[in-house]
Design a protein. Structure first.
Ligand SMILES: NC(=O)c1ccc[n+]([C@@H]2O[C@H](COP(=O)([O-])OP(=O)(O)OC[C@H]3O[C@@H](n4cnc5c(N)ncnc54)[C@H](O)[C@@H]3O)[C@@H](O)[C@H]2O)c1
Ligand SMILES: O=C/C=C/C=C(\O)C(=O)O
Length: 486
């Protein structure tokens, strides 16, 4: 049984109230950790420590010194790779190969890449003509924004929080992180890394707890927090934006999706099946970029549905640490209920259940886990709730289409606009469609291929702003213009 404390001003501390909550394993719902729930006073202490660090040792470091420290963080994550893999695997129940090849390496990369970006991206300068003919020089200084509140979700905990903590620190800010109550393990482990590497006290703080009337709200309401970066549900983003309005503080939001996958008859068939399989079912469908609406050109529709069904039925459920390829459970009992309620709704709305639709049979030791079957539906109209609403589970609806215009209209007919994946060998068409689908990220003949220098974020209800590369610098710094009369 793990004891997870808050990490404030370089120390692991229990809550000032002594209150703790349980963390359960997704694979069997046994209690595996006891977590300190931060009070408003604990959050206040974290924000004050973060402010003091800005004005103290951290704030006085040169950019080169900061960059070297962040390289050190990345190296230490890599040195403790197995600890991070084990912690996140236990926290999420997701397979070892996903931890080893995607989630944990990205945590280290998030520190390295933004250290490089801040070192290499120039600021602007302009010469201004003046009436006396001598002119004036303008140049911009990039200064940290201050104390950044980071609110992160449970679906890829380490990847998603380092995606914000990395650039925030590279830009010279300090952070108060509120990880998801469901997945607090790797945020705590990162505190050990920070101390080991010599990141000054107060630069990285972690406060654990829930959202409303708990640590999440305490962070977002705190007037000592200068800006808030958030990944999670759109409804939570709405609540956070209201909190940020007090004090007119800046926000960066990465939120939900109901992403379309589009397969043309001319696509490489096996690549398309494998790509859509990954995008719909990786991480048990708990990926914001995942595909829950699939549109397949009519000539290959039946063949595609059959091939995806075969792959969905081949997954092996089980503990992540036993067979590196096992298929994991959902994060929580609550989320399992939500996903299963959509499985029932699909049937009530008249779906043909191609495969799945329920809970797999599990051995006795895993019977209490949050397991659900990968599920495929066909036959629903575009108005059905499982075709419109984000479910965030291992499921998709597949429908046939006959023309490019029809499929573009269907893809765009949704309140979300995060990502899309497009499968075709006709690259002229692919480029044309990339300009027409209203999302932040379009993948062509691929999915979740990430170049951290690129803009990442969503349109419509899927987000506000972009992070990645220079776009992260824009959020995590202020540009201060200096004008010199020559
Ligand atoms: N666009 C992206 O990049 C992206 C990436 C991953 C996940 N997501 C989205 O995240 C969601 C799944 O994650 P989740 O269920 O953890 O999201 P969530 O919104 O329930 O929780 C996210 C975080 O917000 C906190 N929170 C909740 N209410 C709050 C409040 N009122 N004030 C302050 N903090 C509050 C939670 O405690 C948690 O730390 C899905 O909708 C998914 O699409 C988006
Ligand atoms: O589940 C969502 C995964 C989001 C991925 C990123 O934010 C990223 O790759 O930076």
């Amino acid at each position: 049984m793990h004891q997870i404390e808050n990490f404030i001003n370089g120390s692991f501390l229990p809550a000032s109230s002594g209150v703790r909550f349980d963390k359960r394993s997704p694979v069997d719902n046994s209690v595996i950790a006891s977590i300190a729930e931060a009070t408003r006073a604990d959050v206040d202490a974290a924000v004050k420590a973060a402010r003091a660090a800005l004005h103290g040792e951290w704030g006085s470091l040169s950019q080169d010194q900061r960059v070297e420290l962040l390289y050190g963080v990345a190296d230490e994550i890599t040195r403790r790779f197995d600890d991070f893999v084990a912690a996140e695997m236990e926290d999420t129940g997701q397979p070892e190969h996903v931890m080893k090849h995607v989630f944990i390496p990205r945590g280290a990369a998030n520190f390295k890449v933004f250290a490089d970006v801040i070192k290499n991206v120039p600021t602007e300068s302009f010469m201004l003509d003046t009436p006396d003919g001598r002119g004036a020089l303008n140049y911009a200084l990039r200064v940290p924004k201050g104390v950044i509140g980071v609110i992160s979700p449970w679906n890829a905990p380490f990847l998603l929080m380092t995606w914000k903590v990395g650039p925030a620190l590279a830009c010279g800010n300090t952070v108060v992180l509120k990880p998801s109550e469901e997945t607090p393990f790797t945020a705590a482990l990162l505190g050990e890394v920070m101390n080991k590497v010599g990141i000054p006290k107060g630069v990285y703080n972690v406060v654990n707890g829930f959202g409303p009337a708990s640590a999440g709200e305490f962070v977002t309401q705190h007037q000592g927090v200068d800006a808030i970066t958030f990944t999670g549900e759109t409804s939570t983003g709405t609540a956070i934006m209201k909190a940020a309005a007090e004090g007119t503080r800046d926000v960066s939001f990465e939120m939900g999706g109901k992403n379309a996958g589009i397969v043309f008859a001319d696509a490489d068939f096996d690549d398309a099946v494998n790509g859509i399989f990954r995008s719909a079912f990786l991480n048990t469908g708990q990926v914001c970029l995942g595909t829950e609406r699939v549109y397949v050109e009519r000539p290959v529709f039946d063949q595609f549905v059959a091939a995806l069904k075969e792959k969905a039925e081949a997954v092996q459920f089980g503990r992540p640490e036993i067979n590196g390829n096992n298929y994991g459970p959902l994060i929580s009992r609550e989320h399992q209920h939500k996903v299963l309620s959509y499985y029932q709704k699909a049937v009530a709305e008249g779906a043909t259940v191609v495969t799945g639709g329920g809970v797999p049979e599990m051995p006795a030791d895993l019977a209490e886990g949050n397991w659900v079957q990968p599920t495929i539906w066909t036959g629903l109209p575009e108005t059905a709730s499982v075709v419109r609403e984000e479910i965030f589970g291992p499921c998709c609806h597949i429908s046939p289409f006959d023309s490019e215009d029809e499929v573009v209209a269907k893809a765009n007919d949704n309140e979300y606009g995060l990502s899309t994946t497009l499968w075709t060998t006709n690259l002229t068409r692919a480029h044309r469609m990339a300009g027409r689908i209203d999302v932040g990220i379009t993948w062509i003949n691929s999915w979740f291929l990430r170049d951290l220098r690129t803009a990442f974020g969503g349109s419509k209800q899927s987000g506000i702003g972009r992070e990645g590369g220079v776009h992260s610098l824009e959020f995590y710094t202020e540009l201060r213009n200096v004008c010199i009369k020559l």
